[in-house]
Write a protein that binds this ligand. Structure first.
Ligand SMILES: NC(=O)c1ccc[n+]([C@@H]2O[C@H](COP(=O)([O-])OP(=O)(O)OC[C@H]3O[C@@H](n4cnc5c(N)ncnc54)[C@H](OP(=O)(O)O)[C@@H]3O)[C@@H](O)[C@H]2O)c1
Length: 324
């Protein structure tokens, strides 16, 4: 595993982080059971992953807590989140402390490494900063968690307004940000500032349905071409990103998607969610490979650098409970 420093937290973290939410929720969201979810976490640890991201809303805190019992607590970095209601509503401070205490109980741990406000919309950012952060920082000082973080609500904050402001406010040590081959604007809107201010970054949305669901990419390309946002030639191809897959380049589009975000300056840990041991292994392998060839990287910028908000969609299956 390759490791890096999570911004000013100083924590040494793996560049691959296991997301316990998303569409898969360690497999609990796609029909798997607790034993399978524990196996995914333990195999991730075996492969060198030390950062795990969960949330009160995901329903995976308890299983994550059980899975990490096999290793010393200080060998893993546990990130979890306050429920959405506390991030977006006019929440009362008593409730948010109760939720933090609930997460500690679910995880069965004495402390959380990064406690994050979950999916804070730009309209609620001032409330989060002025009313929720001070309450949480007092709980941090009691030892309940080590660092305060904030996550954006990517599909509803396409210009990263929340994180653009949060990076400069000095309160949030870690930001969770959406960035991918199809949604590249965090490069200017977020990473310039997080690097300047030493804010650690957790990356989400590298691979959503657009790359993981067959047919989704070609359908998206057709829609974008019809709207005049990309060239018609891309829409006519059955394999619009096939140019990335070649000897010396990526082994698949998903391999390219993870490598693209992994090597972006300003990205610390790349999160991916999965309920599949096979995907766990191939994703980690991708994240440990070198950057994409310079010519391919440049072409992705030329073709898609102006797009905003593409590939941030919700799950296609009604049976899949997305907890983002
Ligand atoms: N606002 C927020 O705070 C927020 C929002 C979104 C996500 N997150 C966090 O970020 C984590 C990652 O989220 P994400 O949006 O990047 O991804 P995600 O929602 O977990 O989605 C990844 C999808 O791609 C599939 N997949 C993974 N590897 C694959 C592979 N090699 N081949 C084919 N399919 C593959 C997964 O299904 P399989 O089970 O089949 O692998 C899953 O459906 C989440 O788990 C969560 O912890 C936070």
């Amino acid at each position: 595993m390759h490791c890096t420093t999570l911004g000013r937290t100083g924590m040494k973290v793996s560049v691959a982080g296991l997301g316990c939410g998303g569409f898969s929720r360690l497999g609990l969201g796609t029909g798997g059971g607790e034993a399978g979810a524990i196996a995914i976490v333990r195999q991730a640890i075996e492969l060198g992953v030390n950062l795990f991201d969960t949330a009160a809303a995901y329903g995976t805190e308890e299983v994550l807590g059980k899975a990490i019992k096999s290793v010393p607590r200080d060998s893993v970095v546990i990130c979890t989140k306050a429920p959405f209601s506390w991030s977006s509503g006019r929440a009362d401070p008593v409730g948010i402390v109760a939720s933090l205490d609930g997460s500690l109980r679910q995880l069965d741990t004495d402390y959380i490494d990064v406690y994050q406000l979950h999916g804070v919309p730009p309209a609620n950012y001032a409330h989060a900063l002025e009313h929720l952060a001070p309450v949480l920082l007092r709980e941090r000082d009691k030892g309940k968690f080590r660092f305060l973080g904030i996550t954006e609500t990517a599909p509803h904050d396409l210009q990263h307004e929340t994180l653009h402001r949060a990076a400069r406010d000095g309160v949030w040590d870690v930001s969770m940000v959406g960035f991918s081959m199809m949604h590249q604007n965090a490069r200017e809107r977020v990473f310039l500032l997080t690097r300047k201010h030493g804010v650690g970054t957790l990356l989400m949305f590298a691979v959503r349905n657009i790359f993981s669901q067959p047919g989704r990419l070609t359908a998206t390309m057709r829609g974008l071409a019809a709207a005049g946002e990309i060239s018609a030639a891309l829409a006519e191809s059955d394999d619009p990103l096939g140019f990335l897959v070649h000897e010396g380049g990526a082994s698949s589009v998903i391999d390219a998607a993870y490598r693209y975000v992994r090597h972006e300056p300003g990205v610390d840990t790349v999160l991916f969610g999965t309920g599949s041991l096979a995907h766990l292994e191939t994703n980690i392998a991708s994240l440990l490979k070198p950057p994409l060839p310079e010519a391919d990287h440049r072409r992705l910028g030329e073709l898609f650098g102006r797009l905003v908000g593409v590939g941030l969609d919700a799950p296609h299956l009604s049976s899949v409970r997305a907890k983002n």
